[in-house]
Design a protein around this ligand. Structure first.
Ligand code: NAI
Length: 480
């Protein structure tokens, strides 16, 4: 029986390994982590992450050929293939702070593999890493090898949170990069054989190591760039009376462009887009390519601009102040169908409104109060100017409450901000909500999920990103 061990039981390691276990009954999969609570949660009925379809798969495989454990060294020693899916956040201090990837977790995982291994291993980079990381990992393993042979593969993960299981079942492609030596090619074939249990062969792409590593950064940069492009257009739509939905539709009909990922919004979030672009920017700078670095930097700048533009719109529409006013925040996760709040646009929007002394009542279907408070108090690293921005102050913390449903959040509020596109927000009883609010009642739709026409009929003043403005909003132009 082939044994797989995955180091890192997070948003990637957990679902990816659960699907491998489901699709490959002949493979034993152990997912290990140094976090005791995380592993305990994977072994309980309350999994540490929410992903549609994940619970059923874990229930089906756990204890059969899928195991979650803190016995990291034991499972690494026994495995034939080791996936490393540890976090690779942005460095917050030292050389490259604010841009470069922090590979501390990766390096410690590699050193541990070298320490405990007694047989040849294939080590797979699942985490998103800077191009050329495999070379560093190879050096660590080779210098501590005790005669053991290691093959490093790059197998970046392209799943999207919220649709992870669907994406893993039917990936657009699986990418495997390896050394162009006979041993490297053999390792590629071994990993390919795992995926071939359910992924059609023409969707499994093999490349050299550096192409695979760079492709992941490039894919995320392209995706984020599309969002910033459409968001940049949304600002121009508001200024000119064009409608971003109509523009996106018309643009997306061009088969060279395509219709996906063209929704305007309050801005992208998630653990990957910003960090991976910053990493790309840093690599470009280190390779003497400042023009290329500046090009990608602009994608993040536009994203930051979109968030502050939204806050300015809210404040300016409400007579230029939200001080003492209750604002309902509907949605805190960075996208629907996940409880993940890493880099969510909601953090910057909430802190912006708190900075103007608003009272916030926040409701999200998956995010806990504890998480919301932690996120709002966190120091945010300003990537362009290495200083720490001010998080929510203890005084502002008193202005935040967390509600158990949208109606409770909106009761007595002056305005509502929709910040996550949860389906529930499309079908709320907005008449009931309107009746319970202060007047004039404002709704700022940061995800373009509500039918603005219907809400205006009820009496709301509605702002939709990139759509023609109500006369009220036109009279109170936001200062960008
Ligand atoms: P995560 O933070 O949810 O999980 C990482 C886990 O690794 C944590 O539970 C941590 O305790 C564990 N860990 C760290 N060092 C360890 C060590 N030495 N030994 C054992 N366990 C250790 O991170 P997530 O979101 O799963 O991301 C992992 C990697 O995958 C990152 O590089 C990320 O960029 C990449 N990625 C993430 C995607 C996402 O949607 N979250 C999608 C595609 C790639």
């Amino acid at each position: 029986m082939v044994k797989i061990c995955c180091i890192g039981a997070g948003y990637v390691g957990g679902p990816t390994m659960a699907v491998i276990a489901l699709k490959c009954p002949a493979i034993e999969v152990a997912v290990v982590d140094i976090s005791v609570p995380r592993i305990a949660a994977w072994n309980s009925d309350q999994l540490p992450i929410y992903e549609p379809g994940l619970d059923e798969i874990v229930k089906q495989c756990r204890g059969k050929n899928l195991f979650f454990s803190t016995a990291v060294e034991k499972h690494v020693a026994e495995a034939d293939i080791i996936f490393v899916s540890v976090n690779t956040p942005t460095k917050t201090r030292g050389l490259g702070a604010g841009k470069a990837a922090d590979l501390t977790y990766w390096e410690s995982a590699a050193r541990m593999i070298a320490d405990v291994s007694k047989s040849d291993k294939i080590v797979v980079e699942k985490s998103t890493v800077p191009v050329k990381t495999a070379e560093a990992i190879e050096k660590i393993l080779a210098h501590n090898s005790k005669g053991i042979k290691y093959q490093i593969l790059s197998n970046p993960e392209f799943l999207a949170e919220g649709t992870a299981i669907e994406d893993l079942f039917k990936p657009d492609r699986v990418l495997i990069g390896g050394r162009e030596t006979p041993d490297g090619q053999k390792a590629i074939q071994a990993l390919k054989a795992v995926y071939a249990n359910w992924v059609p062969e023409d969707r499994i792409i093999t490349t050299n190591l550096w192409s695979a590593e760079l492709s992941k950064l490039a894919a995320n940069a392209f995706l984020a760039q599309r969002i910033s492009s459409v968001n940049a257009m949304s600002a121009l739509c508001e200024a000119t009376g064009a409608n971003i939905s109509e523009v996106s539709h018309a643009v997306g009909k061009d088969t060279r462009i395509g219709p996906k990922f063209l929704n305007a919004s309050v801005g992208f979030g998630g653990s990957c887009f910003q960090k991976d672009i910053l990493n790309l920017v840093y690599i470009c700078e280190c390779n003497g390519l400042p023009e290329v670095a500046d090009y990608w930097k602009q994608v993040i700048k536009v994203n930051d601009y979109q968030k502050s533009r939204f806050v300015n719109r809210v404040v300016s529409s409400m007579f230029n102040t939200v001080s003492g006013k209750k604002i309902a925040i509907l949605g805190f996760a960075f996208k629907k169908d996940t409880g993940d709040t890493r880099e969510t646009a909601a953090i910057d929007v909430c802190n912006g409104l708190l900075g103007d002394k608003a009272h916030l009542s926040i409701y999200d279907l998956q995010v806990t109060e504890e998480q919301i408070r932690r996120d709002l108090s966190m120091k945010k690293f300003d990537w362009d100017h290495p200083i720490h921005l001010q998080p929510m102050s203890p005084a502002a913390a008193k202005e935040v409450s967390v509600a158990w449903d949208a109606y409770e959040a909106a009761k007595g509020a002056h305005g509502i901000c929709i910040l996550t596109e949860w389906d529930e927000f499309k079908t709320l009883d907005y008449k009931k909500i309107y009746d319970s609010m202060q007047k004039p009642a404002f709704l700022f739709d940061g995800r373009n999920v509500v039918d603005a026409g219907k809400l205006r009929e009820i009496g709301f003043i509605v702002y939709s990103i990139g759509k023609p403005l109500d006369s009220w909003l036109k009279d109170m132009p936001a200062v960008a």
